[in-house]
Design a protein around this ligand. Structure first.
Ligand code: TYD
Length: 250
């Protein structure tokens, strides 16, 4: 039974134990360029001898991918934002159990396209109670808080025009998903909420300007990751405050 599985899994591998892998999440609005930058970071890490696992939310495990299809199709929108939040949390719980925790436990780095901050922002902006979201998050992530979160910040005008270009590209089958079709004002509020989260947790977040050239953004992210994990990546420069000592479960 799923409940038993989660209870057993959490009991045997507490999130507060040793966790040699590093957990990096990417966040941002639509069209920020997260997938491109995740691929770039994966390549840089690989060149440094670290093979990272790339995953995404909603999704990242078979059950969570099924929930993703439902959420992005808009079929569960009639249930309301609160129940959508529950479904994002259910997908996240499975993703953590089936993909993230085993990878980190095996010492792998995990690069994740969106994670719990997306729920705080998207479902928070939709009016879901903050305390309820915090409770859902705690249950879903089971202490697996990211070591580092890279917020790729772009204005909705830039991001949405990229999304439009992507869906209009010759041969593209991409339809705008449930959340891309929201109004510009909604996208503006989400951008501000992401920036507020970053300001509230400066030790975890790095904010990069996603409107810059792809190479420039990739370089900025790489330098931030090297500074954040100097021991893993042999960074000679001044080390950033090593906030990961108290990163877990807080
Ligand atoms: P996706 O196609 O992965 O979009 P993107 O390329 O922008 O990451 O679709 C994910 C959508 O789901 C995106 O619009 C953000 C939204 N979302 C939430 O509303 N809450 C969440 O917790 C997550 C993970 C995503």
């Amino acid at each position: 039974m799923k409940d038993e599985k989660r209870g057993r899994a959490r009991g045997n591998a507490p999130a507060t134990g040793p966790r040699p892998g590093r957990f990096i999440t990417f966040e941002g609005g639509e069209g920020a360029g997260k997938s491109t930058q995740i691929a770039r970071l994966k390549d840089r890490l690989s060149a440094a001898g670290i093979e990272a696992l790339v995953t995404r939310e909603p999704g990242g495990s078979p059950t969570a991918e099924t929930i993703r299809d439902l959420l992005l199709s808009g079929k569960v929108k009639p249930l309301g934002a609160e129940m959508e939040a529950v479904m994002f949390a259910a997908a996240r719980a499975d993703h953590v159990d089936e993909t993230i925790r085993p990878a980190l436990g095996a010492g792998r780095w995990v690069l994740c396209d969106r994670f719990a901050d997306s729920t705080r922002v998207y479902q928070g902006e939709a009016g879901v109670d903050t305390a309820f979201l915090a409770r859902l998050e705690a249950v879903a992530i089971g202490g697996y808080r990211p070591d580092m979160t890279i917020l790729i910040d772009v204005s909705p005008d830039v991001g949405l025009s990229r999304v439009a270009a992507r869906s209009g590209a010759a041969g593209s089958t991409a339809d705008p998903d449930r959340f891309e079709t929201d109004t510009r004002e909604v996208h503006m509020r989400r951008r501000q909420l992401f920036l507020d989260l970053a300001a509230a947790e400066p030790a975890r977040f790095v904010v990069v300007d996603g409107s810059a050239q792809t190479d420039t953004v990739a370089e900025e992210i790489w330098q931030a990751v090297r500074a954040r994990f100097p021991v893993d990546l042999g960074h000679a420069g001044p080390a950033a405050p090593d906030a990961d000592r108290d990163r877990i479960g807080g």
